[in-house]
Design a protein around this ligand. Sequence first.
Ligand code: GDP
Length: 436
Amino acid sequence: MFDTLSDRLAGVFANLRGKGRLSPADVDATAREIRIALLEADVALPVVRTFVAAIKQRATGADISQALNPAQQVIKIVNEELVAILGGETRRLTFAKTGPTVIMLAGLQGSGKTTLAGKLALWLRNSGHTPLLVACDLQRPNAVTQLEVVGQQAGAAVFAPEPGNGVGDPVAVARAGVDRAIDAHHDVVIVDTAGRLGVDAEMMAQAAAIRDAVQPDETLFVLDAMIGQDAVTTAEAFASGVGFTGVVLTKLDGDARGGAALSVRQITGVPIMFASTGEKLGDFDVFHPDRMASRILGMGDVLSLIEQAEQVFEADQAEEMAAKLAGNDFTLEDFLQQMMMIRRMGPIGGLLGMLPGAGQMKDALAQVDDRDIDRTAAIIQSMTPEERRNPGILNASRRKRIANGSGSTVAQVNSLVERFGEARKMMTAMAGRFGL
Ligand code: GDP
């Protein structure tokens, strides 16, 4: 979905790699590239402006972290700003305190409303609710039958006007649907409404009349993420015509540029609550701004890694370590220090899982057992400073002495020295990859 944007942003970050600090010219160039990336992804201009201004200001600001290099800092800032324009916190459904919770769906024809009704019903059923679907789209041929089909798939009851009565009054159907829910003890009512291919006054008036009749606890505006720049005008029309409390983005599985997803929250001020990613009822989930942002950045969980690194590494330590890695004079003493730091960051398995393409590294480090660290510390502490700096001088008699001194075996000393060699190679490779 966000491939073009992801690729563009990756290019921006790559240009910053290896830079010691960001000059004002670097910040300008970066801001310009980010602006182009967003515009190409169809993000609405006012949103692009705010976004780029925030990036610029923060990348120049004094609050930038000492623990991260420029590329990492920009990734971090872009990520945080993406999360912010996507709405920050995850917004969940509000349920009525008394009586059934009424959820009304509004949006253009083809935006995925009826499909969404089924998805939502299934999702609600899976969390213990007993939804009733109400068919108020009496305009589109087959809309009622389609709702009955998805209702059946979702295992949810459907309230619809009698067949042959398809030109009835959707407001009356909506009202009767809520009454039925009360009688039959459904705790949620999902009201599917009619859409048109374009925004028109009659449709808005009908949706507003249904809204007034059923007083929904949530009105969800269903937005096809593939409609590009039109998303903004459509969202604005629904905001003023019917009003809504949440947005559902559909067709996020498509290969469109995704600007709608990035613009709608800021344009309307209403949070995105759910995301649909396919035609099947299960292709649906709560929308999490933070997860979407890291998906856009295409960085696996490198972001969490950056966050953790920031917490654990002192700035000086990080710089010193970076210099050592670059100069290739990483010693056993540093190795010990690194192992201790890594250990503070959590179990090694989990840490490695966060690195994209960590496959081979995983194998190399799999041998580093968390419990091994204490023994490793003892072995390194039994070495002379000269041996720690230059493990090449560790001949058989030195290794024997170290083993005795640390209460370990010569095989364990050998294994440590070997692992150190591998770790050194790997860290140099990692330093290159992440621009540390
Ligand atoms: P409505 O007119 O708003 O009720 O829209 P429908 O629910 O009938 O959906 C229109 C078309 O979009 C149907 O063919 C759906 O299968 C399809 N659709 C709905 N949601 C998604 C989605 O998230 N991804 C994809 N690929 N297709 C979807």
